[in-house]
Design a protein around this ligand. Structure first.
Ligand SMILES: NC(=O)C1=CN([C@@H]2O[C@H](COP(=O)(O)OP(=O)(O)OC[C@H]3O[C@@H](n4cnc5c(N)ncnc54)[C@H](OP(=O)(O)O)[C@@H]3O)[C@@H](O)[C@H]2O)C=CC1
Ligand SMILES: O=C(O)C1=N[C@H](C(=O)O)C[C@H](O)C1
Length: 248
């Protein structure tokens, strides 16, 4: 049995994760912590893996504590950039044997959407991302959109693609979305939505749209459970659930 603790257990994703872990073979839910709870409870409960679905502003402190205590972590919380990842690598170097998985999105379909978009990106002159979420989301752009843009930008750099055409010289602030490594990302917040994303690619005479929709938070749970099962044998930092899916 793998002993699992959940951070952010009263939140939307944390609560769903507790249900999934309780139902899963080979996993035991030993701690549910939320805002104001003492992280020491995780150690007292013997947690081997902590799943973090909290907030971008607290996740780094949570991870420093987990790594310092040699507890593996599966992280869905957003807000990761290269600087944060480098900090984690440095902490993990001092705690050999401990593993951390950072996954912008645990839905298998969303992982595929990101991979397909990165693969398609070099064939099209234009590419933009539209992410659509529930209005209670605190961060924008979404972690998924940011990661998708980074993957697309890397693929285009590798292929030697030119700049994306855009003749805009005047406009209102925000009208062309956020710029993530040269890729435009647009955010929609709408009651009724959960988590959705479109990657639009265009070239002369044609467009390709790659869209993924999470209609329920259960869509993330297969990926979370896979992450929990794999991270106990995967020391160091893993960025992206694709590394635990045999995609090639
Ligand atoms: N990777 C993925 O597949 C997915 C990632 N996410 C990401 O996960 C994160 C959480 O999303 P969601 O569940 O919707 O958000 P919620 O706001 O519903 O839940 C977050 C929970 O964490 C609690 N919390 C805040 N600070 C701490 C702390 N220091 N220790 C423990 N708990 C704390 C919050 O309490 P309080 O409300 O009192 O602050 C709240 O209960 C977001 O960053 C979101 O983008 C979401 C869906 C899928
Ligand atoms: O806050 C959410 O809901 C989600 N957050 C993640 C993100 O920012 O990409 C994953 C998914 O989009 C749902």
């Amino acid at each position: 049995m793998i002993k699992v603790g959940v951070l952010g257990a009263k939140g939307k994703m944390g609560a769903q994760t507790c249900l999934a872990v309780e139902d899963a073979d080979g996993l035991e839910l030993v701690a549910r912590l939320d805002q104001g709870d003492d992280l020491e409870e995780l150690a007292k409960a013997g947690a081997q893996v902590v799943v973090d679905f909290t907030r971008p502003e607290v996740v780094m402190d949570n991870l420093a504590w987990c790594i310092g205590h040699g507890i593996n972590a599966v992280v869905g919380t957003t807000g990761f950039d290269e600087e944060r990842l480098a900090t984690l690598r440095g902490q993990l170097d001092k705690s050999p044997g401990t593993g951390v998985l950072i996954a912008a999105n645990f839905s298998i379909g969303a992982v595929l959407m990101m991979q397909f978009a990165a693969k398609a990106a070099k064939y099209y002159e234009s590419v933009e991302i539209v992410e659509l979420h529930h209005p209670d989301k605190v961060d924008a752009p979404s972690g998924t959109a940011r990661r998708t843009a980074e993957l697309i930008a890397a693929a285009r750099r590798e292929a030697g693609s030119g700049p994306i055409p855009d003749a805009t010289t005047t406009g209102l602030d925000g009208a062309r979305g956020a710029d993530v490594e040269g890729i435009r990302v647009h955010g929609i917040r709408l009651r009724g939505l959960v988590a959705h994303q479109e990657v639009l690619l265009g070239d002369v005479g044609e467009t390709l749209t790659i869209r993924h929709d999470s209609m329920h938070r259960e869509s993330f749970m297969a990926g979370v459970l896979l992450g929990v099962r794999r991270i106990v044998d995967t020391p160091g930092l893993t960025v992206g659930l694709e590394h635990f899916l045999e995609l090639d």
